[in-house]
Design a protein around this ligand. Structure first.
Ligand SMILES: Nc1nc2c(ncn2[C@@H]2O[C@H](COP(=O)(O)OP(=O)(O)OP(=O)(O)O)[C@@H](O)[C@H]2O)c(=O)[nH]1
Ligand SMILES: [Mg+2]
Length: 305
């Protein structure tokens, strides 16, 4: 599992397979969709997702570019961490060319060396109104058989008209290059920095610590103690039938701020420890935001493929 900061994600496939549209949809720039032109050469995009820098290389799929990549793989195709190969489910005419391109890619050491776990085929343009059509289903089957014969991959069915499919597929692929612990830790760190908190802790229903972040050893200790103190207060209030949604407690050198949130049937708590009373407003403002981001991460990581 790679834990380095940045990753190279390659979007490959024939011209008009929908790579750039997918990327734009992922970035929720729906308005930009009307103005997408064929990608010229390789378009390198830096995007920040869940606290990680990702470099997404969108490889223009017209023939002259494909030939260039295949001839100069060391220049274009080295060091890929995650490969997303796009196949247009609505274009049967070019399916053979797409299979051919995939096959040629896998003749290259640069592509062969990608961890098989990190190779995905996006069967794209599976628009909601056609995705259950029996003819489309049999195409999907055919696509999978053909591609698997070259190199077994994992598949997602996607469409820019189905935003969920975009999020679902991307988080599925993203999970292969980032561990949830790393992602949560980044988010807590960012929160601490943005709110001048000295410590942040995230716990689950059973008060198991999912993550803890503090600026130094002493603050780590206070954050941890603050959390234990919170459990005591929580238990008392819960015994009276009203466990707290929000709570503030006095801690050594400052204050602890608690916020509850729910995910599925579980309850989670986040506590921020601050030594500076002037940052209280900022923390109270940003805590629900943090709870919401953590919720999204848990959702993105835990829904079943
Ligand atoms: N119906 C449908 N059309 C799509 C979908 N995604 C992309 N398209 C259309 O497909 C066409 C090509 O999309 P692009 O994103 O430019 O394709 P590309 O793979 O980036 O093409 P190159 O840059 O030439 O390699 C555009 O007209 C898009 O609107 C989809 O999910 N469903
Ligand atoms: Mg493009």
């Amino acid at each position: 599992m790679s834990t380095k900061e940045a990753s190279k994600i390659a979007l490959l496939g024939l011209a008009a397979a929908g790579k750039t549209s997918y990327l734009e949809a992922l970035q929720q720039e729906f308005r930009a969709l009307y103005d997408i032109r064929a990608t010229v050469g390789v378009d390198r995009n830096k995007i920040r997702i869940l606290g990680s820098d990702l470099y997404i290389y969108d490889y223009g799929g017209q023939q002259i570019y494909r030939e260039d990549y295949l001839k100069n793989p060391d220049r274009y195709l080295s060091q890929i961490d995650l490969m997303l190969y796009f196949v247009d489910a609505q274009d049967m005419e070019n399916l053979d060319s797409s299979i051919e391109y995939y096959k040629n890619l896998f003749n290259l050491p640069e592509i062969q060396s990608i961890d098989p776990d990190k190779i995905f085929i996006f069967i794209h343009k599976m628009d909601p109104e056609i995705k259950s059509d029996p003819r489309i289903r049999s195409r999907v089957k055919k696509i999978k058989e053909n591609f698997d014969a070259i190199k077994k991959a994992q598949y997602f069915e996607t469409s820019i008209n189905d935003y969920w499919s975009i999020i679902f597929s991307f988080s599925g692929a993203f999970r292969k290059i980032r561990k949830i612990e790393d992602v949560l830790n980044k988010i807590l760190k960012e929160f601490a920095r943005a709110t001048f908190s000295s410590g942040v802790i995230l716990v689950d229903t059973n008060f198991l610590i999912l993550d803890i972040h503090a600026s130094n050893e002493e603050n780590l200790k206070i954050t941890d103690e603050g959390f234990q103190q919170f459990v005591g207060t929580w238990a008392k209030q819960a015994a009276q039938g009203n466990p707290p949604e929000k709570l503030q407690i006095e801690l050594k050198g400052g204050r602890g701020y608690f916020q509850k949130f729910n995910y599925e049937d579980e309850e989670y708590y986040i506590m921020a420890y601050s030594r500076n009373s002037r940052t209280e407003k900022l923390i109270l403002e940003k805590l629900p935001e943090l709870a919401n981001r953590v919720f999204e991460i848990l959702m993105g990581f835990y829904f079943e493929d």
